[in-house]
Design a protein around this ligand. Structure first.
Ligand code: ATP
Length: 434
């Protein structure tokens, strides 16, 4: 009787095993041939000494196309030549699915395949252990996130992704036809999160897709990403929100370092866990820092990709991977952010990671009149937000929250060059398939 084993999990105690997987490689050396079989756990060598194998079996196994899916049953033998110290001498096999020839791209070839080719053939790309490891880490990240949110008394919620009005209004919304009425794909759960603050669900979080009609092709923008949003009531200031995010990010980074060892090794990466609290720079300080590096920005200007990058370099020289940029000009921030009265600034923050924004948040305006005033100031029509504004009319606690781009956090942690690396099937300006 054979036992079913994953390729990397055969032991010297096994005598007869069945292993299943993809044919990664076949080497024919005359008197002996090798089939390298790969699955989720690694590879195993199927060794075929020509004289000892039944001719039909030898012929069928050694002429398979690469990436065909098979199950092989055979005897386990010790071998000094393999990483596992073991090999399988086959007695039978089943061909489940032959792979067509040629492959659209290689799985183990040492050539650097263009990102477009990789994404066009993502099902093959994901057969590479180092690519799969990214998504195993992403899954672990979710596990850690749920853990830390539960520990901090947050309830997980799900808000609609088909909406009538957008959080910021405007250009980045995808319009859809909803039974003849115009509707939009949600760019953020912002309005619903805030409405929930009026219900007594004091601490909530959501992990879900956010849609943005981003018109530029950059390495950090896609049109659909996973947003991790949180909102909490009864805060005294934005500092309470910042401390909460630090607790969450710290738990995720530590957890990935501990529980993601195998995947990190496959990727050849290490996770650095900065100590909390993270340093805080104000927007005004950032302008001065940029000026000292020759980048002149006016008060009120967006720091921009270049500015963020430059600040990242300055902070990294001081050993700070993660840092806050707080108190942005209110003109730069959406209507729901609270103004810092008597100044042009606001109670807002971004969390930047190695020169890139990964999160933004702040204290929200919970006072109805002020909120309506801010909406008008931003050119929005309050009447079209009645469903939201009503929740502020009948008792709304002070509150604040954040949005974190899950993929941006992951790619920055792993020093990957593009947010698309952390998305199975990315959507962007030019990509709608697969
Ligand atoms: P940016 O200025 O980098 O375009 P933003 O200010 O539009 O970002 P927010 O609206 O504050 O972003 O969204 C919160 C978080 O969501 C961001 O910090 C980022 O991590 C993530 N995010 C926003 N837009 C995108 C996008 N197009 N692709 C991937 N992640 C995004």
């Amino acid at each position: 009787m054979s036992v079913n084993r994953n390729s990397g999990t055969i032991t010297a105690d096994d005598t007869v095993v069945t292993v299943s997987g993809w044919v990664q490689d076949i080497r024919n050396l005359g008197g002996i041939s090798f089939v390298i079989l790969r699955d989720r756990c690694g590879t195993v060598q199927i060794t075929l000494p020509k004289k000892k194998i039944e001719p039909q079996l030898f012929e069928s196994l050694t002429t398979l196309s690469r990436e065909s899916v098979i199950s092989v049953t055979g005897d386990v033998k010790r071998s000094d030549q393999t990483e596992l110290g073991l090999e399988v001498i086959p007695t039978s096999f089943v061909l489940h699915s032959p792979a067509a020839v040629p492959l659209p791209m290689g799985v183990v070839d040492k050539v650097n395949t263009e990102m477009d080719t990789r994404l066009n053939n993502r099902f093959i790309d994901l057969r590479k252990p180092e690519i799969r490891a990214i998504f195993e880490l992403k899954s672990l990240m979710l596990e850690l996130l749920n853990e830390v949110m539960t520990k901090n008394d947050f309830s997980q919620v799900f808000t609609p992704k088909i909406v009538e009005a957008g959080a910021e209004g405007g250009s980045s919304l995808f319009k859809i036809d909803y039974f003849g009425r115009p509707a939009y794909l949600a760019q953020s759960p912002q309005l619903y999160k805030q409405m929930l603050m009026s219900t007594g669900l004091d601490r909530i979080y959501e992990v879900g897709p956010a849609f943005r009609a981003e018109h530029s092709n950059t390495n950090r923008h896609v049109t659909e990403f996973i947003s991790f949003d949180g909102e909490m009531s009864w805060i005294s200031s934005q500092d309470d929100v910042m401390r909460m995010i630090e607790r969450i990010v710290d738990h995720i980074l530590k957890g990935l370092r501990e529980r993601g060892k195998k995947q990190l090794k496959t990727l050849g990466k290490e996770v650095n866990v900065p100590s909390v609290p993270y340093p805080v720079l104000t927007y005004a300080e950032c302008l001065k820092m940029l000026k000292s590096k020759g980048m002149e920005l006016k008060d009120g200007d967006d720091l921009g990709t270049e500015g963020e990058k430059l600040i990242g370099e300055i902070m990294s020289e001081k050993g700070n991977d993660l840092y806050w940029i707080a108190e942005y000009p209110e003109s730069e921030k959406p209507f729901y952010i609270m103004e810092k009265d008597g100044t042009p600034y606001s109670f807002s923050f971004d969390l930047d990671y190695k020169g890139q924004e990964i999160s933004s948040g702040g204290q929200r305006e919970h006072r109805y009149d002020k909120l309506v005033e801010r909406m008008k100031k931003k050119g929005l029509v309050p009447e079209s937000f009645d469903f939201y504004l009503d929740a502020f009319k009948y008792g709304m606690p002070p509150h604040g929250g954040w949005g974190i781009g899950l993929e941006r956090l992951l790619v920055k942690m792993l020093d990957l060059p593009n947010v698309r690396e952390a998305i199975l099937f990315p959507r962007d300006l030019s990509r709608l398939s697969p």
